[in-house]
Design a protein around this ligand. Structure first.
Ligand code: DC
Length: 221
């Protein structure tokens, strides 16, 4: 029986933190699809491929192999056999992912990988088009969101904890730019699936959101 859980939402809504916790509680595998787009973005950056040069993008996609590995329940991403570390989570990688994600050939490459994973095991999969496109028959669909200010504030605190300096207004602007790009592209734009349950996490803590999603997964609402 299909027990897969799809979690979609804008950048910084807390999808990965929550999806990881929900997966742990249910004994499912957490699949972070954003990391796959980030890996492609990193490759394109490092090889100087521009998103307008379709031929170069096509060529690069043929050269790219993405592999997911699970170590102690954590997803690791290997790009052509090389483990991607902290750079995967950088703003640079996030924006490059968002730049290349609208291209149909990029999405096609990852769609199959994502659907194959979900067919093999019970997953909590997060991204932008999981409920609408990748797993339209998921047993449970969640649309996780929060205000752009709140999302920027969380990111700001995260950077501060790592000892990095950051500008809150700049972070909010970057978040809005990414929302704009992800929601307004032609192919698989970010939107709430008709049968997804909306969870606004602006005033909720991590534990509370996790419990809410487990409740939705168990009862359907
Ligand atoms: O969730 P994230 O911040 O790691 O995602 C990075 C970018 O990848 C995001 O801005 C858009 C793209 N993406 C996508 O288009 N579809 C997905 N399922 C996941 C991510």
């Amino acid at each position: 029986m299909n027990r897969n859980i799809a979690i979609d939402g804008p950048a910084g809504a807390g999808k990965s933190t929550i999806a990881r916790r929900v997966a742990e509680r249910l004994g499912f595998v957490y699949v972070d699809t954003g990391a796959m787009y980030r890996a492609i973005g990193i490759y394109m950056l490092d090889h100087g491929v521009g998103k307008e040069d379709k031929e170069a993008v096509g060529q690069a996609l043929e050269e790219i192999s993405i592999e997911l590995r699970y170590v102690d329940g954590q997803q690791q991403v290997l790009l052509n056999g090389v483990l991607l570390g902290d750079r995967l989570r950088s703003e640079e990688a996030g924006m490059a992912a968002s730049d290349f994600a609208p291209l149909p050939m990029v999405r096609e490459k990852l769609l199959k990988l994502q659907q194959d994973l979900a067919a093999k095991m019970d997953v909590v999969m997060d991204g932008r088009d999981i409920g609408t496109k990748v797993l339209p028959d998921a047993a449970c669909k969640i649309y996780l969101t929060a205000s752009s200010r709140e999302r920027a504030q969380r990111r700001f605190l995260e950077l501060k904890e790592k000892g990095q300096t950051a500008d809150l207004d700049q972070i909010e602007q970057d978040i809005k730019a990414r929302d704009e790009q992800d929601m307004n592209r032609e192919v698989s734009p970010l939107r709430q699936a008709e049968d997804a349950v909306l969870v606004d996490t602006s005033r909720m803590g991590i534990e509370e959101v996790t419990e809410r999603i487990l409740e939705i997964a168990a009862n359907g609402s």
